[in-house]
Ligand binder design. Structure first.
Ligand SMILES: *Cc1c(COP(=O)(O)O)cnc(C)c1O
Length: 365
């Protein structure tokens, strides 16, 4: 049986969280002399700002719990508002989960590289040990090896699906096996789920009390600049994250813009459809180039592409002002560059630049 209290750091259980002014009185009307705000307004008043209206009072602290957003988001995601945590990017809940569960110098988290770099960075920042179990050569979980590598003080497993930088979905049954056999939290990072042919794990939240799902507004929604991510989990886990987060972790302007964005699901879906069409076209065009050795199947908005001489390709692209992500030194990704799917015009530029490179360096195929 999963017991949240046994995986939390002991002092977190008894911690008294900061009580903000906006926690103590939640009414909207009144004379607010409680938060040392500027009563006259803000230095932005009188400026016309796209996306903001007279209801945006920049001089006031924002809702620390982002209730309006959660109310709006819950039906879209098929969860209850109390199962949602909104963070300053999904990088924030990654860090909060590590801090809530892992005693520095004693506990560990487990990751399955090649994967997203922030799990390791969060562990390092918090002085938390990192256990790594490589993905199989076809980028799937080595479940027996993962189960064998788990230690008594391992608190979190991070599974990224679709995985960054490989682009593939992780086999659903493997994740379920981990959920059923691990007494800590299984965090499924679904940053790219909108691009995938797969259901979100959020539908299993009521079934698995040790499941945490991360999503983000940074990719499909096109809101990377707002820095906001979503974390879905049991009420008990969300309560812990709320207890330890900075009180006003999501700014007022961000909340305002997120609320507007949530009314434009159709715009997100339309952009996702365009990106998916571009992805398929880019795959086909890349495969036509002799210098491309392999394009891995992708359920995300990027492609992992293998070249004979990735460093030379990368440098040539940089010379032509096309910036991709060099992953060729990453284990299991040797020879690979990670390429984000761009607009039609950007992808054409990429392909032309690759042809310029190929014309300079005759391939031996
Ligand atoms: C991009 C990405 C994120 C998103 O991070 P934000 O902080 O929400 O911008 C999370 N996880 C993975 C795997 C990513 O690639």
């Amino acid at each position: 049986m999963f017991d949240l209290t046994s995986i939390l750091r002991p002092h977190i259980l008894t911690l008294t969280p900061y009580s903000s002014a906006r926690d103590e009185y939640t009414g909207k009307e009144g004379v607010f002399l409680d938060a040392n705000e500027n009563p006259y307004g803000s230095t932005l008043d009188g400026s016309t700002l796209d996306g903001f209206g007279s209801e945006d009072h920049f001089n006031r602290y924002p809702d620390p719990h982002q209730l309006a957003i959660k109310e709006r988001l819950a039906p879209i995601k098929g969860v209850r508002p109390t199962q949602i945590f909104i963070g300053n990017g999904s990088d924030e809940p990654i860090d909060l989960l590590v801090r809530a569960t892992c005693v520095p110098g004693q506990d560990s988290i487990l990751i399955m590289p090649p994967t997203y770099g922030m799990y390791e960075v969060s562990a390092a920042i918090n002085d938390v040990a990192l256990i790594k179990v490589l993905l199989t050569p076809d980028f799937q979980l080595d479940v027996p090896a993962v189960l064998a590598a788990i230690q008594p003080r391992t608190k979190l497993l991070f599974v990224c699906s679709p995985n960054n930088p490989t682009g593939n979905l992780i086999d659903r049954k493997s994740i379920l096996t981990l959920l059923e056999n691990f007494s800590g939290l299984v965090v499924v990072d679904e940053a790219y789920i909108d691009f995938a042919r797969s259901q979100s794990f959020t539908e299993l939240l009521d079934q698995y009390p040790n499941l945490v799902v991360l999503q983000t507004f940074s990719k499909a929604w096109g809101l990377a600049a707002l820095r906001s991510g979503m974390c879905f989990a049991s009420e008990a886990i969300i309560e812990v994250l709320n207890k330890i987060k900075p009180p006003y972790n999501v700014s007022g302007p961000t909340q305002s813009l997120l609320l507007k964005a949530l009314n434009h699901l159709d715009a997100k879906d339309a952009m996702v459809a365009r990106i998916l069409a571009q992805r398929e076209e880019l795959v086909a065009n890349l495969l036509n180039l002799p210098l491309v050795r392999h394009v891995y199947p992708s359920d995300a908005n990027f492609l992992l592409v293998k070249f004979d001489d990735p460093k030379a390709v990368f440098d040539s692209l940089i010379d032509q002002q096309i910036i991709v992500r060099d992953r060729h030194r990453v284990k299991r990704c040797d020879g690979c560059l990670r390429i984000t799917v761009g607009t039609e015009a950007e992808n054409d530029q990429l392909l032309s630049a690759l042809k310029v490179y190929a014309d300079r360096v005759p391939t031996t195929v």
